[in-house]
Design a protein around this ligand. Structure first.
Ligand code: SIN
Ligand code: CO
Length: 376
């Protein structure tokens, strides 16, 4: 059964989104945990998943990174297991991100799940992303402070950046179905009062530093010929050692012109933003499907499934998946974005079948049986 989110998005966006934290009580009115602590512990034994165990025993903070082989030595209190991108690997858990698909998907990062024992948490800290923390089983007490760029941060352990004490603007207990929404930059600390599960639906945006650096890489790769500063209207300056304001403007425009060229900016951003942020369950087909074999399977009624949480987006009238442009027209890209499952009827023209065979061979979509062969 899929959990139903009850939220007034207009009200939420107007008052809270990227502005201030809020607790949405019983936003999932009858919340059912889509994963058990045992299943989560099992996933954290796999190499493909990023996982951490954070403990705070007798005031000493520790963090270990997975994959993990056992948990028995950890005892009953003061440790938690955190697993990133569970939506890539667990279909039930992935249903929790469905209600958030109405938000801009280019900003969606992943579903992180944490299991915590009594007294556990990762300590007071500040995150670089916006997050909806859904409370599952158990109870957690959250203390959230106001935004303040002067907070001192320090390493409580080399892998744990904590923040100094702050006055809480929220100090509340969360139980199943409650959501704590936290915009970037608000210090917070969640301490588990018993065995609990928390589900963090994370949204991340890019820094100007990252954007500039990655765009520069794209421009260097795609415009091999230098574009030189030129000033054919030059008059001799009074002070040849002083950069003139109009020269500085021309230099700025030289850079801005590149950014404002849609053929460059859009194509770069489409490739950049669809690159994976966490490992995906992608298995290339080996040996690859020939076109006839591929068409026959679809015609026989086999369905294609999109790899869970693979990044697919539209920029302008182009579509991008997993860091590459899709050579198909926009109406089909629309379909590929919106549907997790495709049938022959969705794809029935030769050009589309051709491109799809290529994407299936790369492992971005798969037939049911490919998955079961994998599991054998
Ligand atoms: C947790 O789930 O244990 C920590 C989540 C957070 O504070 O970001
Ligand atoms: Co946090």
């Amino acid at each position: 059964m899929q959990n139903k989110l009850q939220i007034n998005w207009d009200d939420f966006l107007t008052h809270y989104w990227q502005k201030k934290p809020v607790i949405l009580r019983k936003a999932f009115p009858h919340f059912v945990d889509p994963i058990t602590p045992d299943e989560l512990a099992g996933l954290a034994m796999e190499e493909e998943l990023d996982s951490r165990i954070v403990s705070n025993k007798n005031g000493v903070w520790d963090a270990q990174f997975g994959p993990f082989r056992e948990y028995d030595h950890l005892g009953d209190t003061n440790w938690s297991l955190l697993v990133q991108a569970v939506d890539h690997w667990h279909a039930g858990a992935a249903t929790l991100i469905e209600p958030f698909r109405c938000l801009p998907q280019w900003q969606f990062e992943d579903l992180m799940i944490s299991y915590a024992t009594k007294g556990a948490g990762v300590g007071p800290h500040i995150d670089n992303y916006d997050v909806f923390i859904i409370q599952g089983m158990g109870t957690r007490r959250w203390k959230v402070g106001d935004r303040n760029e002067h907070y001192k941060q320090f390493n409580a352990h080399k892998a744990l950046l904590h923040v100094e004490e702050y006055d809480p603007i929220i100090d509340e207990e969360l139980t199943a179905g409650d959501i704590l929404y936290l915009p970037i930059g608000f210090p917070h600390n969640g301490v588990s009062l018993n065995e609990s599960l928390s589900y963090s639906v994370g949204f991340r945006t890019q820094t100007s530093q990252d954007l500039l650096s990655h765009f520069a890489d794209y421009v260097i790769d795609n415009l091999p010929r230098g574009i030189f500063y030129q000033d054919p209207d030059l008059h001799l300056p009074n002070d040849p050692y002083q950069l003139q304001n109009n020269e500085l403007s021309k230099l700025q425009n030289q850079m801005i012109d590149l950014i404002k060229t849609p053929a460059l900016f859009n194509d770069w951003f489409g490739q950049y933003i669809t690159q994976p942020m966490h490992e995906l369950n992608i298995v290339p087909v080996d040996p690859p499907y020939q076109q006839d074999e591929f068409n026959d399977k679809l015609q026989a009624g086999d369905l294609l499934h999109k790899v869970p949480s693979i990044r697919i987006l539209k920029v302008g009238d182009k579509g991008y998946i997993h860091g590459e442009k899709i050579a198909l027209p926009l109406p089909i890209i629309d379909l590929l974005c919106r549907h997790d499952t495709l049938s022959y009827q969705d794809l029935a023209d030769n050009a589309t079948l051709n491109v799809m065979r290529d994407l299936v061979n790369k492992g971005y979509w798969y037939f049911d049986e490919d998955e079961s062969e994998e599991e054998e």
